[in-house]
Each structure stands twice: as C-alpha cells, then as structure tokens.
Design a protein around this ligand. Structure first.
Ligand SMILES: *Cc1c(COP(=O)(O)O)cnc(C)c1O
Ligand SMILES: [Zn+2]
Length: 422
C-alpha cells in the first residue's frame, strides 16, 4: 500500500487520480505527486527506515509506488563521504560528497528510473522509453532488462562512447538522433502522444520518475544522523533533481523524522555552455531563456529545462545561489575531487565541484556551513573529456635504468628498510 493521495497541478492546484498523467488538462501545468502525510507520519519512523533495504526503497513510504519486489538493481544508499582534504583546499569547514557514482549504472538516474519503471509496470506498461542526455538511457535500458520489459531509448548522436555502449549492451533499441537533446526531447513528446502504451519515463510517467530524486535528500539527512546540511550544491540539467531535493528535506520535517525544522540553502550548478537557469538567477528575472548547448557536460546539456523555473524558485526561496563554470573549470573540478578524495566523477560532477569552488571563493558558501555536494555520475562515462589532460607519467622500457631515468631527480636509492607492521 502506498500513501499517495493523488496528483496536483503545480500551477493551478487542480487534482487528479494517480494515473499515467503528467500535465494538467486545464492549464498544461506539470503535475506533482501528493501524499497523505498524516498517514505517512503515523507509519514511517527512523527505526522502520533503518531496518529497510540499503537502497532507495528504504524510503518507500515517501515514494509514489509500493511494490514488494520493485524494479531494482540496488540504486541508492550511496556513500556520503566527509571531504576534509577538499574542504581545506577550498577554505571551507565541513564538506561532504554524496557519491552517486556508486549507483548500479554509475549515475543518480538509477534512483528515478527504479521508481518510474516500478510504477510503469504497476500501471500495466510493457515498454520503457525515454529521451536522454546519456545517463538516463543507461539506466532505462538496464532497469528494463532487469524487469523483462522492452526498451526504446532516444539519445543525441554525439554522446560519449561509454554512454552509447552502456545503453546498447542491455539489448534494447537505441536511436541516435541527429540533433540536440532538445530535438530528441521534442521527438519523444511527439512519440509519446502516438504511443500511449509506452512508458516514457521523462514524459508520460515523469511525475513519478521525478519523485525518485527526493531520496538524495532523505539519504543525506539519515547519513548525517537525521540532521540536514546548511548548504547543498546540486547540478541542474532539467532542474528536476534540484526541486526534488528541496521537496525531500521538507517532507522529512513534515512527517516528523527531523528534530529541527530544516533550513537548507540550495545552490544550483551549471556549465557555462548551457546555463539558462544560472543566467536567469544572475539577471534576477523569472524568464528562463532557452539556449543552444555547447559544453563537455553533456549530461546537463538541456537548453530548455522543463523544471528550470521551479529550480530557480527553489534556489531563491532557500537563500541559495546559482552559478556556471567553464569547461576548463569542469576539468579542474574533476581533477581536484579525484586528487583530494579519490573519487572520479563525470563532467556533471566536475560542474558541481567547480561551482562549489567558485561559490566558496565568492564567500557565498561559507566556512561555517556544513556543505554537501551532489556528485551524480561516474568519471568512466566521460573519459573523452580528459583526453590530452591526463595520462601516464612516462612510457618506459621494462628496465630499472629506464624507470630511474623517467623518475629523474625524484628517484633516490635508499638504505632504509621497508616499513613493517608492529
Ligand atoms: C540527468 C543528470 C543530472 C541532472 O538532473 P536533472 O534532474 O535533469 O536536473 C545531473 N547529473 C547527472 C550525472 C545526470 O545524468
Ligand atoms: Zn493546472
């Protein structure tokens, strides 16, 4: 049994039953899942959660579908890593990395897809489909395989090799579309109206899909001992993740899982080559002007973000900020995180870390704040971005002389014995 009370239009407030609906019939506003929070509060407890599976499904009471055997590859409950070396480099105090590179297909998208396909299967859909900037494609293809569903995935033709391979390997159909993500998304919206029997995870079941991102907030709070951070940095593609992180913290308070009312500043991170939300924030306007993306952060390259305005609104209400960083800064961000904490992030993670560094430098993120940065995808997905930047220190012949020559002045012979355990 789930605790969903229905769907509600985010614009006009009209309510709908919890079916495969995503826009309001009256005003075309997006729909949002609503819950009976009193019943959730009566059921959900810290103990009940802590006794649950080590996946997003430990928070099933605040997810839009209940299923004893969800479509599950083990998404969620990823490490929250204290990052003291990174914090020291940035002049910050308490910094944590939410390491979503550890998800089954290497990105946070496994959270949303596990929820979307569980609901889709329950609604009777047999085919899973999506428009994707890459990571969603990986995750939909993998979860569809797991669920025994067919998949139809549409991606821009110029994605990173790893993301294309990792989608194709699961046996679904993959279409590389000659156009940008925004072209792919428009094509998918047209397809969705022609193929109402297909579950397009980010079109006709988007309302449910989006709820999966709340688990990022749930986990962060639980992993901090049921406390919330002062500041979180969240990358923005469509803006869905950021709005749901805000909703997640608010819900924990609403159902009585926190001792103190949370006050979390939420800052958005974008790549300069695709920064419609950061631009609107900087200009102090409400209008998000669509752009033509040009950035190595392909997973965030959405020029016309569906939830852009809602993300902007959540940022402003929280007292957070929104910034954009250059591709060179993205690469520096990837290398900084890798060098200080041993975590290899994809370009979107580089965007988050570079934005964290930028906002710390500007004094927007302060040393007295407990900060969490959402690192949402694995670096092996975007190795192209680093070609020419990193590689072997030297290529050598298999001899001691060649090694010593390549080490150069740093290489000294020693008389000291090897360290031994006590
Ligand atoms: C999709 C994606 C995002 C952005 O999520 P939105 O909900 O579209 O804003 C961030 N990071 C990675 C790695 C992604 O794949
Ligand atoms: Zn409406």
């Amino acid at each position: 049994m789930d605790f969903v009370s229905g769907l509600r239009c985010r614009e006009c407030g009209r309510t709908y039953p919890a079916e495969a609906l995503h826009v309001c019939d009256y005003c075309f506003g997006p729909l949002e899942v609503t819950y009976d929070y009193q019943r959730v509060a009566a059921t959900m407890s810290r103990e009940r959660i802590e006794a649950g599976p080590r996946t997003i499904w430990r928070y099933a009471d605040l997810l839009p579908v209940s299923d004893a055997a969800p479509v599950d590859l083990g998404a969620g409950f990823t490490p929250l890593v204290r990052a003291d070396r990174l914090a020291a480099e940035l002049g910050l105090g308490e910094v944590w990395i939410k390491d979503d590179t550890a998800n089954p297909t290497g990105s946070f998208k496994d959270r949303v897809v596990s929820v979307a396909l569980t609901k889709a299967r329950q609604l009777g859909f047999k085919i899973a489909a999506c428009a994707s900037t890459g990571n969603l494609a990986n995750s939909v293809a993998a979860h569809a395989a797991r669920a025994g569903m067919e998949s139809v995935v549409l991606i821009p033709h110029d994605l990173e090799t790893a993301k294309v391979t990792m989608t194709s390997v699961f046996g679904g159909r993959v279409f590389a579309v000659e156009g940008s993500y925004d072209d792919v998304n428009r094509l998918c919206a047209e397809l969705a109206s022609e193929q109402p029997t297909w579950a397009f995870v980010n079109v006709n079941v988007r309302t449910y899909y989006a709820e999966g991102s709340k688990t990022l907030a749930f986990e962060v709070a639980e992993q901090l001992g049921w406390q919330t951070p002062d500041h979180v940095v969240v990358p923005i593609g469509s803006g869905s993740q950021l709005t749901k992180v805000a909703k997640g913290f608010a819900e924990l308070w609403q159902v009585g899982l926190l001792d103190e009312e949370p006050s979390v500043r939420i800052s958005g991170a974008q790549a300069e080559g695709c920064s419609p939300v950061a631009t609107a924030f900087a200009e102090g306007t409400d209008a998000i002007r669509p752009v033509k993306p040009a950035t190595i952060a392909k997973s965030l390259a959405i020029g016309n973000p569906a939830d852009g305005w809602y993300a902007l609104d959540a940022i402003r209400r929280s007292g957070g900020s929104c910034a954009s960083v250059t591709d060179a800064e993205v690469i520096e961000g990837i290398l900084l995180l890798a060098r200080t904490e041993g975590i290899f992030a994809e370009t979107a993670g580089g965007v988050t870390i570079a934005t964290l560094a930028k906002l710390a430098g500007e004094g927007v993120i302060r040393p007295d704040e407990r900060v969490v940065a959402m690192v949402t995808g694995h670096g092996l997905k975007t190795v192209e971005a680093l070609s020419g930047t990193v590689g072997p220190t030297a290529t050598i012949a298999p001899t001691l002389d060649a090694f010593a020559a390549a080490m150069g002045a740093e290489y000294e012979l020693t008389d000291e014995p090897a360290p031994r355990s006590a």
